[in-house]
Ligand binder design. Sequence first.
Ligand code: F6P
Length: 556
Amino acid sequence: MASSTLISDTQPWKELKAHVDEIKKTHLRDLLGDVKRCESMAVEFDGILLDYSRQQATLETVNKLFKLAEAASLKQKINSMYNGEHINSTENRSVLHVALRAPRDAVIHSDGKNVVPEVWKVLDKIQEFSERVRSGSWVGATGKALKDVVAVGIGGSFLGPLFVHTALQTDPEAIESARGRQLRFLANVDPIDVARNITGLNPETTLVVVVSKTFTTAETMLNARTLREWISSSLGLSAVAKHMVAVSTNLTLVEKFGIDPNNAFAFWDWVGGRYSVCSAVGVLPLSLQYGFSVTEKFLKGASSIDQHTRSEPFERNIPVLLGLFSIWNVSFLGYPARAILPYSQALEKLAPHIQQVSMESNGKGVSIDGVPLPFEAGEIDFGEPGTNGQHSFYQLIHQGRIIPCDFIGVVKSQQPVYLKGEVVSNHDELMSNFFAQSDALANGKTPKELQNENVAPHLIPHKTFSGNRPSLSLLLPSLNAYNIGQLLAIYEHRVAVEGFIWGINSFDQWGVELGKSLASQVRKQLNASRTKGEPVEGFNFSTSRMLKRYLKASAD
Ligand code: F6P
């Protein structure tokens, strides 16, 4: 396919469009009865099982999707990413988060240079620093050990680390290594978030890690200044050197802010913000909390999926299969949303993280060549852990709109609970729901079945489940640092696969700029009005009215 050709102009796309009518005639209840089909709709890799037999698809659909992948040059695009080509063309950058978790002896080039030694230089520095802090050999300004960490950052400099931290919090190995320590995240510029995060902390025993790729993000810089003030007002300005460190690609601005460059942990412009959790962005706070060895296991899990994604044939390639089914659901079956439903409370921050990874990456309106897309790209991601979600929004998923679901289950709980005399453990109870929900969605319940159960006729329409609602199931062996790394990388690569097929640039985010620059105009106005009494000017009627009201009411 020529680079300027849209994927929707290719023959495989047209064939899939034509195939939709055939699929609409099938029902998942029947498709699930076809054992031969179901046998081939599962893949296992490194302890993880993906079952995609509950997709509204036949083996013919799958073949057609592979043809689409070929038409999109998916294999070449994946290779281009791993080879460090500047696939983020609008920012003229490589996309090499895979290098962040590559083994020490791997060779990965960006602009003719092997980046792996640089990655490991920073990892070694993190290991050394985190061990000093954890052992108490690095102390604060008053000689006390630093047992609490506040990581200040937003977006990709926050959501990935928060996801991993939340997932590790109940892992027995991580609990052991985090004993007596706290890790908190300050993201929102809302003063309430500041208050919540410093309440109960003592500056004398707190280390602040300022995390910002650009070191210009307004919210992060304001929060960083606030915490610098919090430290220096009680310990003096010189304490900043002992109590504040930074993670950034912009070491010049780090120094300008007043953080010792020796206490800065670098990463590189070939790491996108939302793909940065495996850089110092995540590795530093997580190593401070859990120790480097736990964090390294997380990197190894992600690396295992990186190798799988690059080399496994598409038929057995988990992220590729997931990506292709996303395309099928969004672009052909017309389902724009996806629910991420982990049956593990430890994964409660998976959906918020994937929202950014997926929606900031693939929420685009033009092709990588700037041509307006004649189809919708991107997915609306949301989710909650089961079973909580079941008591919240599952009603809509079962009887309202069709929303393809990702069910994520874990074989062995991080914290098993067995009550005396109960045969089914709490975890079995949780997992019973994991197994049941996907079948309920797929099979539904017919009026005939309800009649046979003597349901009152007037209730039959209300109690009918149309079924035929697609989902896929991922079963993880357990939820330790390694598995968390695997899960993260599966989602990252799935999103990239989708973008490669849609023919968009999944690695820029120009869509976040307009709001930022308008906010800066408002900020200037607020300043000018408050300090010099200047009138509100240059906004439309509605915004002016709200601004005037805000200024007046907040001055009262
Ligand atoms: O506003 C979006 C964004 O640019 C994200 O892409 C990024 O993860 C986040 O802001 C934070 O940026 P930084 O790490 O540069 O502070």
